[in-house]
Design a protein around this ligand. Structure first.
Ligand code: SAH
Length: 242
């Protein structure tokens, strides 16, 4: 099912991006989850330049080649950095507000849902960054995710995706892990965002450890490579069709 159109009245992140773009500053972008205390996304971070990016993202941008699809591109920071490196990127996002901002920033952007079966272009590199596994939502959707990569990644190309192993959230002081193995996968979070008086709907956002990702990749005809690990249970993976 397509998430489009994401209406402006239900798009807090798009509103935050739009306001930061037009005014140079923004209010708090609040994040709620049934699993955690309220948190906040610093809106300026969505406008980060190459130098301010985490190491994993820099590596992904260096590796990206040929025609590049920036999935869930937000304010377009990765597409802009790629342009500055002389690389060709197309950005998609389900937020029309974010897409408008990206276009005003010179990005080749359009409103599209990664899971929309009518979106059938092919790219040498598909980028999914800032916990790019998030859009998978829940582990049960992972087959659909790989089906889409089969369409979007040109043979010989790859998808570059970052994620984190959230097990540290469940670690006890003695180093053991309090994870309920019979329950839902521990990286399945639900989120809801709010910007000023604009509150979005609740959505699922998946964090997946490398081993679990590898298992499902293989089941779905993909080979996964651990490109680099970050400083805190995070990593960048390259997914290639077998
Ligand atoms: N990649 C950007 C933004 C990350 S926030 C950055 O690193 O700064 C995640 C973005 O993904 C949001 O802009 C959201 O609107 C978009 N998104 C969520 N689900 C999507 C989907 N199914 N298809 C395309 N974009 C999606």
């Amino acid at each position: 099912m397509s998430k489009l159109p994401l209406s402006a009245a239900k798009d807090p992140m798009g509103a935050a991006i739009y306001e930061y773009h037009t005014k140079g500053k923004a209010a708090k972008l609040r994040v709620f989850s049934s699993q955690f205390d309220e948190d906040e996304i610093p809106v300026a971070d969505l406008f980060r330049g190459f130098d301010e990016m985490p190491y994993l993202e820099k590596v992904a941008l260096e590796m990206a080649q040929g025609s590049i699809l920036d999935v869930g591109a937000g304010a377009g920071c990765h597409s802009i950095a790629l342009g500055q490196m002389g690389k060709r990127a197309t950005a998609i996002d389900i937020s029309p507000l974010s897409v408008q901002v990206m276009r005003e920033r010179g990005v080749n952007a359009r409103t599209a849902d990664f899971f929309d079966p009518t979106f059938v272009e092919q790219y040498d590199t598909v980028l999914l960054l800032m916990n790019g596994s998030g859009i998978i939502g829940r582990v049960e959707n992972i087959g659909k995710f790989f089906d889409r990569l089969k369409v979007l990644v040109r043979p010989g190309g790859c998808a570059l995706m970052d994620s984190s192993d959230l097990r540290y959230l469940y670690e006890d002081e003695d180093g053991s892990f309090a994870i309920d193995l019979a329950g839902d996968y521990y990286g399945e979070l639900d989120y809801q965002m709010q910007y000023r008086n604009i509150k979005g709907g609740v959505f699922d956002w998946l964090y997946i450890d490398f081993q679990t990702l590898s298992y499902y990749a293989e089941q779905n005809g993909f080979r996964v490579e651990l490109v680099v690990e970050g400083e805190h249970y995070d990593y960048l993976a390259a997914l290639r069709m077998l």
